[in-house]
Write a protein of this length. Sequence first.
Length: 202
Amino acid sequence: MNEVIMKKNTRLVLLLLLVAVIGAVPAWGDVMNCVKGTISDQKTNLPIADVRITLISTRVQTFRIELQSGNDGSIYKNGIPTGSYEIRFEKEGYFPTRSTIRLTIGDSYDISVKLEPVPNQNPGGTDLLRTVVELVNSGKLAEGVKKAGEALEKEPANAMLHYYRGYCLEKSDTAASAIADYGRAIELKPDFALALTSLGKL
């Protein structure tokens, strides 16, 4: 009889402990966060629809959240776990942009950004930048390296081409070559924020 009572008491104690632990843990919604904002054209200030936004956890690279801007250029996504993220903004006809954010409990983070349009190719056809950017946006890194190399033979002082070849090399795990290209891009354009950020990261 005593053994039966002891078992019941043990179960009761365990149940009370479980309730106490659950009560001490914040509600799921309290530890989640949201991102919001508007994507617009750097030159016209008009909103840009269908921009591909990717949030990549810096701790677990395989954890990604894919978003797309609405017709008014707006973005909103809630339920994002806490942590640090790299954010990529990609849209054909615009230079891709990257930034990093850190989300803590209950954050509402504004990730508004202005994208720079890729200039049209010049009449001589020597500016292959648009093609390189399109390859980068499509994830065709090897082709991007090759095309950027061909373009740099014609335009060796083009900082953007060095940057994008460096970007492709970085994503292909060729860090040393990527560092060289980022460094050259900064030499040519000392205020080149994207190249400075990428070089610092490597």
